[in-house]
Structure formats: structure tokens, C-alpha cells
Design a protein around this ligand. Structure first.
Ligand SMILES: NC(=O)c1ccc[n+]([C@@H]2O[C@H](COP(=O)([O-])OP(=O)(O)OC[C@H]3O[C@@H](n4cnc5c(N)ncnc54)[C@H](OP(=O)(O)O)[C@@H]3O)[C@@H](O)[C@H]2O)c1
Length: 264
């Protein structure tokens, strides 16, 4: 455990970023939250030099959610380049990003862009680590929304070990404050993964969500064999390896604690 550090959290208003900021602050670190809504932009660099001044470490949990590979790659590689350039000028000594388990299996789209993000980050110069996470419990609702046409949501039969964003936030906080030995070139090649306690199927999780909300939405399974995302998702490639850090709650437990039962 590092002594008190000043740590910039990029994407500090997001699903996982706000947990990272909260956990680090609870542990006594000084957090500099970064987001466009807070006046700091990791792409245009607006306010970035000022935000990174005096920071010893950065966690990047920002994103540009688009299925377009070129657009997403541009976002992530630009963010990595800006954080390395302005971060090293500011004296930042470690950079941690959050990626997605199995991202190296995608042949296109957002998943492939995240792989480019990993490579651009690990290229340095700031010593960097990547933490790959499973799909967040909080993300199921968004996936259902994207897949909904009229009163039907058609979802791929995704095998995923859904995890709470808070659990990922804790793992990111652990990593960015880990001993210096975790930030050597040798350590950087080690795959780090965090996932929930058990494998789930996305359509099943969506049915639990819909039942809890009391919706009339019908969930259907629709894996398109020509869609590389569905194929990778159904293949099990998004499941964690044997060395992953696993942490609760399960999706059902999380729903019970976070999504109110609809009153009808
Ligand atoms: N969602 C999942 O299930 C999941 C699973 C595994 C890994 N991940 C990874 O986790 C990361 C975060 O995902 P999330 O779902 O937590 O994202 P999110 O909720 O959409 O949050 C994105 C954050 O990025 C900030 N942001 C966007 N553009 C920015 C910019 N130009 N400069 C500074 N901040 C910017 C947003 O704030 P403003 O809009 O105010 O700028 C927001 O705070 C992503 O890299 C994603 O690939 C996500």
C-alpha cells in the first residue's frame, strides 16, 4: 500500500470511474476527478495540464461508447497519448487503465479498439498496467436498451461473469496503489482480470432485470452467426481465466440491493 498519493481519475463521473474516485478517497488519497462535465477533456486537452499537476498516478476509466472501431480507436489512442505526454511532463509515475476481458478476441468494433487502447497505454513512457474487467452489472440495462425494438429486446447468448462496478473500482484502486514492483516492465506483461463470482448468461440477467422492473419487455435470444460480437460473446471468450480476481455480489444480489421492485 502506497502512502497518500494525489491520483487523477479520468472518467470520474462514469459507471466505474465514480467508484474508483470514491474508494481512493475513502482510503485517504487525494483524488483529482477528470471528466468533460468537470471542465477537463482528455482528448482536446482542455484543463488537462492543470488537472495532472502534482499527480503521482492516473487511473483512466473514460470511454467513448461507439460500435465504430475507427472512432473508438481514435478516442482511446488519443487519450493514452495525451495522458502519457502531459502526465510525464507533470511527473506522473504510474498509469492504470480498465479494459475488457477477452478484448484480444475481437476482430473489429469497440472490442478491437480496446485492444489498441491497451497497446497504446503499455507503450509508455509512464509505467502502466491494464486491468481487464467483465461486463458490469450496471451495463446490463444499457445493453437491453440498445437491443430493444418496440417491446422486444433481442440479445446475444453472451457468456459473461458479470461484476459490480464497485468491485472493479476497488480492484483498480488496489492496482494503482500497489507496490512499485507492479509497475516494472516485467510485471506489465502479466494479464490482470477482475470478474464476478459466477458465469451468467446475458439474456437470463436481462430477464431478471425486466422482472424486477415490472416491465412488459420480452427478452429473446438472437445470436447472429454473421455478427462477430455475438459469436465471440457466445463462445466463452469473455469469461475470466483461472488467475482472475473474483468478487461478489452476484447479479441477482446486486439487483436486489440496487434496483427497486416495481409497484404495480
Ligand atoms: N461498461 C462495462 O460493462 C465495462 C466492462 C469492462 C470494461 N469497461 C471499460 O470501463 C471504462 C469505463 O466504462 P463505463 O461504462 O464506466 O463508462 P461511462 O459510464 O460511460 O463513463 C465514461 C466516463 O468518461 C468520461 N469522458 C468521456 N469522454 C471524456 C473526455 N473526452 N475527457 C474526459 N472524460 C471523458 C465521462 O464523463 P463526461 O461525459 O462528463 O466527459 C464519464 O465520466 C471503459 O474504458 C470501458 O471500456 C466497461
Amino acid at each position: 500500500m502506497q502512502t497518500r498519493m494525489r491520483i487523477a481519475v479520468v472518467g470520474a463521473t462514469g459507471r466505474v470511474g465514480h467508484h474508483v474516485a470514491e474508494v481512493l478517497a475513502e482510503r485517504g488519497h487525494e483524488v483529482v476527478p477528470i471528466a468533460r462535465s468537470l471542465g477537463v477533456d482528455v482528448i482536446t486537452r482542455e484543463g488537462l495540464t492543470e488537472a495532472l499537476a502534482g499527480a503521482g498516478a492516473v487511473v483512466d476509466a473514460s470511454t467513448w461508447p461507439t460500435p465504430d472501431e475507427a472512432e473508438a480507436t481514435r478516442f482511446f489512442t488519443t487519450a493514452a497519448a495525451n495522458l502519457h505526454e502531459l502526465g510525464s511532463a507533470a511527473g506522473v509515475r504510474r498509469l492504470v487503465i480498465v479494459s475488457i476481458i477477452g478484448t484480444d478476441h475481437f476482430e473489429g468494433g469497440y472490442g478491437k479498439a480496446k485492444f489498441a487502447h491497451e497497446k497504446a497505454t503499455l507503450a509508455g513512457p509512464i509505467p502502466s498496467r491494464v486491468l481487464r474487467a467483465a461486463q458490469f452489472h450496471e451495463f446490463v440495462e444499457e445493453l437491453v436498451g440498445w437491443a430493444t425494438r418496440d417491446d422486444v429486446a433481442t440479445l446475444p447468448d453472451m457468456r459473461t461473469q458479470l461484476v459490480a462496478a464497485r468491485t472493479v473500482g476497488e480492484a483498480l484502486a488496489d492496482l494503482v496503489t500497489a507496490p512499485d514492483s507492479e509497475f516494472t516492465p516485467g510485471a506489465a506483461g502479466t494479464l490482470l482480470e477482475v470478474a464476478g463470482p459466477r458465469e451468467e448468461r446475458l439474456p437470463e440477467a436481462a430477464r431478471l432485470l425486466v422482472a424486477r422492473r415490472g416491465d412488459d419487455l420480452r427478452i429473446e435470444v438472437g445470436s447472429d452467426p454473421n455478427d462477430p460480437y455475438s459469436t465471440v460473446a457466445a463462445s466463452g471468450a469473455l469469461l475470466p481465466g483461472p488467475d482472475a480476481t473474483l468478487g461478489g455480489p452476484t447479479y441477482a444480489e446486486w439487483l436486489e440491493a440496487n434496483v427497486p421492485v416495481a409497484s404495480r
